[in-house]
Design a binder for this molecule. Structure first.
Ligand code: ATP
Ligand code: BTN
Length: 275
């Protein structure tokens, strides 16, 4: 049995079939939206789901691993799940869907909302893909696009959420981390956390399919941890500094520099405080 940060037994589930059953129960009427699979362990849920056969129905395929051996972040970095929830969702991208570049922002917003539903306050977002509490990363999102047969495309939306406990700093010396249990009397049950995130995610994906990121730009901006701050954008061979002016209707970061406003599209880029 895993234990939460406060010593409270937090995640009493270590059997895939039990987690599957309890999650469906938690989802209630929303369960029909998802094709849920829970495995005891795998390398990376993103990799496993990318390789899985394309579904022909409308449901969102979800793969949860109780233990993920080789979780990935962006740019080949590692995700160390600790006492956390690791899963991926496969979302079929309709041919007439808005460009998927801002999907990781939509997914991040959904995860932030879900973590607040679980009782944590002031959940913020860091462009493009991190969910923060008190400036520390509580969840990360990795969205990858996969091509299927006959020009179909799916987005694989990988989510790692720290539930019970996590080291203050990741083993690679990255930025500080936190976990949901640090902000609540006890960690939520894993099935509650999973179902809460899935319900929020499905709602934001529906909205994204209908209206793209523009429909949620305001809600994302309300949680923007860096709006108005001096920041540095690193990656893709160059570093740019300026004042963060939030995100636009496409999910691009607006950076005020000496030469005017630059629009920065989410790619393999990292935002850092310049202070
Ligand atoms: P950025 O998103 O700005 O590029 P990042 O440091 O968040 O910066 P990502 O690639 O998004 O980089 O995330 C991967 C990083 O997340 C890892 O390099 C590691 O430092 C950190 N990390 C790994 N596991 C966890 C975890 N469970 N909780 C918080 N952070 C983690
Ligand atoms: C990041 O912060 O860079 C993103 C981390 C994403 C981690 C999740 S855990 C489930 C899924 N499988 C992976 O290999 N990565 C994502």
């Amino acid at each position: 049995m895993r234990s939460g940060a406060s010593g409270v037994p937090a995640l009493p589930l270590d059997h895939p079939a039990l987690l599957h059953e309890r999650t469906l129960r938690e989802l209630g009427p929303h369960a029909t939206r998802f094709a849920l699979e829970v495995v005891a362990e795998c390398g990376s849920t993103n990799d496993e789901l990318s390789l899985a056969a394309t579904r022909t129905d409308e449901r969102i395929a979800v793969l949860v691993a109780l233990h993920q051996r080789a979780g990935r972040g962006r740019r080949g970095r590692a995700w160390h799940a600790g006492d956390g929830l690791t899963f991926s969702c496969a979302w079929p991208i309709a041919p007439d869907a808005p460009p998927p570049s801002a999907l990781s922002l939509a997914a991040g917003l959904a995860v932030a909302e879900a973590i607040e539903d679980l009782g944590v306050r002031d959940v913020a977002l860091k462009w493009p893909n991190d969910v923060l509490v008190d400036g520390r990363k509580i969840a990360g999102i990795l969205v990858e696009l996969v091509s299927g047969q006959r020009h179909t495309q799916r987005a694989i939306i990988g989510i790692g959420a720290n539930l019970g406990s996590v080291p203050d700093y990741p083993p690679d010396g990255g930025r500080p981390a936190t976990a949901i249990a640090r902000h609540l009397p006890a960690a939520p049950a894993i099935e509650t956390a999973l179902a809460t995130i899935l319900v929020r995610l499905a709602a934001r994906l529906d909205a994204f399919a209908a209206g793209g990121f523009a429909a949620m730009q305001h809600d994302w901006s309300q949680r923007d941890a860096f709006a108005g701050h001096m920041v540095r954008i690193d990656g893709e061979g160059a570093s740019r500094s300026g004042r963060c002016e939030g995100v636009d209707a496409d999910g691009a970061l607006r950076l005020a520099t000496a030469s005017g406003i630059e629009r920065i599209l989410s790619g393999e880029l990292s935002l850092r405080s310049a202070a």
